[in-house]
Design a protein around this ligand. Structure first.
Ligand SMILES: Cc1cc2nc3c(=O)[nH]c(=O)nc-3n(C[C@H](O)[C@H](O)[C@H](O)COP(=O)(O)OP(=O)(O)OC[C@H]3O[C@@H](n4cnc5c(N)ncnc54)[C@H](O)[C@@H]3O)c2cc1C
Length: 525
């Protein structure tokens, strides 16, 4: 049975919410996945009188499209949208039936106004936690605009296609046959790619903020909520609202919530911040910070300057690169950073993990279950992971740990075919033949933009005191971009609230009250 009783139960509740009739057009063959696709659509139809199924021939087999009565929407699922994509299927059914998608009105209007044929295709894996966000965003766009179509393609089913196109990371979106974008993308981000983001003029009229938060991860979101709850004028400027949790699979240590998924938590953070009167400026990168008179000026990549009486920096961290030839060239073409997302694309293949710390060894253990073989390369003379992880690693027959290995190059032609390293004990160069490399050597703080303005330590982390204060008056910092010893969601949130409270306290002490001002004016007169 393709759907177990629990899934059927969930589905039944949603199918009752269908507003209008839906036509599913299905294209199947004799293979096992085709049987599953057929069973899935027949189950859907048996559970709701509003769903009709028609056999047809679509561009890919097996696949099926979800349409309004007598009107194709362009939404196609190639493969079986279960696993992480089950929600995408349910949402597509509801939205095609007429239920309004959850999207800001002005964004929806921008999507409706797109006036060209846009044929999107997204390669996904059913275990990828980030993929549904992209699938759902593009499906919403297809629902809203008849000129837009979108096909979700399960890379594990269409392996030949994935191999031919050298796709080694998901989600991987294509527009009209050309690469469009990799990784997490919201409707807002897709629109920014299609028609550009706001230019500096849209920021020109903004009055100075009381508190400007730079960064929209757990630390920034927490700082913004605390700021807004003080009733002060709060803004958040973020390159990508959500931060690292957008790349995080299951989270089991967010106390009070036994288990959640990164993208889900990111949505909850955004909803929570939006509950308050906070000016969220998403998809905007801060490039400079300077204190001028009594205000702090934050420059943005688009040329705009935001002014604020206080600033909380929570710009987090990003994957550390190994910085060898081939890493940049083969990124997403065999070089990957997210084993949860991209592991399934290396099924039955040979891969390496660079890094023998906890994240590297965890990645190797996960990958060993999917791939033919995993080599773990550690620069120092011993693996750095916890012993419980190392015991597990050593028990796996298809894993080779190598210590004293300095990676010198990731080799390949169209895609990765190997890795060269120097054995630091013998000084000899070695080469291993591989199909993929996962880089797991930690994180680097996103603080380059503060060069010369805020004090940082030798790792680039912002130096803060116990109040979250930096060396610049009125500028506070929180989370992974700072020199706190542990980088976690909950520690970043705690630090965000601390920095925000300290910034509010700073405002109380340093902002002139209107009475003070009047007194000063009188004296000046
Ligand atoms: C794969 C993975 C799995 C993880 N699993 C867990 C887990 O299970 N549990 C746990 O507690 N922690 C986990 N973590 C760690 C956790 O995600 C981080 O500690 C946490 O997200 C840090 O929050 P932050 O707000 O400090 O920074 P980030 O989450 O990095 O957010 C930084 C924000 O700043 C923005 N930004 C960066 N530069 C700029 C700029 N110049 N201008 C404007 N905005 C900018 C970013 O776009 C983002 O919005 C995991 C991390 C990873 C990568």
């Amino acid at each position: 049975m393709i759907l177990d009783e629990a899934l059927k139960g969930q589905l039944a509740q949603y199918l009752e919410m269908l507003e209008n009739d839906i036509e599913i057009k299905v294209s199947t063959g004799d293979d096992e996945t085709s049987k599953n696709v057929m069973e899935l659509v027949e189950t859907l139809s048996s559970m709701s009188p509003k769903i009709k199924v028609e056999e047809t021939k679509l561009e890919r087999t097996p696949s099926f499209s979800v349409n309004r009565q007598n009107e194709d929407t362009g939404i196609v699922f190639a493969g079986v949208p279960l696993g992480q994509e089950f929600t995408s299927l349910i949402l597509a059914l509801l939205q095609v039936s007429g239920r309004a998608p959850k999207i800001d009105e002005d964004l929806a209007e921008k999507v409706k106004n797109l006036d060209e044929e846009l044929n999107f295709e997204t390669y996904i894996s059913l275990s990828c936690q980030v993929c549904p966000e992209v699938v759902q965003a593009l499906n919403i766009m297809s629902v809203l605009n008849p000129k837009i179509s979108h096909t979700m393609i399960d890379g594990a089913v269409f392996k030949d296609e994935v191999d031919k196109m050298n796709i080694r990371a998901v989600p991987s979106a294509y527009l009209n046959g050309e690469p469009f974008g990799d990784g997490w993308m919201t409707v807002e981000e897709i629109l920014a790619k299609l028609i550009g983001g706001p230019d500096a003029s849209e920021f020109a009229d903004k009055e100075p903020f009381d508190m400007l938060v730079v960064g929209g991860g757990p630390g920034g979101a927490s700082a913004a909520v605390y700021g807004a709850r003080k009733g002060i004028r709060t803004g958040v400027v973020a390159e990508r609202f959500g931060g690292q949790i957008l790349d995080t699979a299951t989270i089991e240590n967010f106390i009070g919530t036994k288990q959640t998924e990164g993208p889900q938590l990111a949505n909850q953070l955004e909803e929570h911040v939006k509950d308050y009167d906070v000016d969220i400026m998403n998809l905007q990168k801060a490039t400079s910070l300077a204190r001028k008179d009594n205000l702090i000026e934050v420059g943005l990549e688009n040329g705009a300057t935001l002014k604020s009486k206080s600033v909380v920096i929570a710009t987090g961290a990003r994957w550390r690169n190994v910085n060898v030839p081939g890493e940049k060239e083969f990124r997403n073409n065999g070089v990957a950073y997210c084993p949860h997302c991209d592991g399934p694309l290396f099924e039955g293949k040979r891969v390496a993990v660079i890094g023998g710390g906890n994240s590297g060894v965890e990645a190797a253990i996960d990958l060993a279950a999917i791939t033919e073989h995993v080599t773990v390369l550690e620069f120092s003379d011993s693996m750095k992971a916890d012993s419980v992880l190392l015991d597990r690693l050593h028990s796996l027959k298809n894993v080779t740990p190598i210590v004293n290995a300095q990676t010198t190059e990731i080799t390949g032609t169209d895609t990765v075919n190997g890795l060269s390293y120097i054995d630091r004990e013998t000084d000899k160069e070695e080469h291993i033949e591989l199909d993929g490399v996962f880089v797991q050597i930690g994180l680097v703080p996103n603080t380059d933009w503060l060069e010369g303005s805020v004090d940082r330590n030798k790792f680039g982390e912002i130096i803060i005191d116990k109040h979250g204060a930096t060396n610049v008056p009125g500028v506070y910092a929180a989370g992974d971009c700072t020199d706190i010893p542990y980088n976690q969601i909950i520690t970043s949130m705690g630090a965000g609230s601390l920095a925000s409270l300290s910034a509010s306290d700073y405002l109380v002490r340093h902002t002139e009250s209107s009475e003070d001002k009047r007194e000063k004016e009188l004296v000046e007169k």
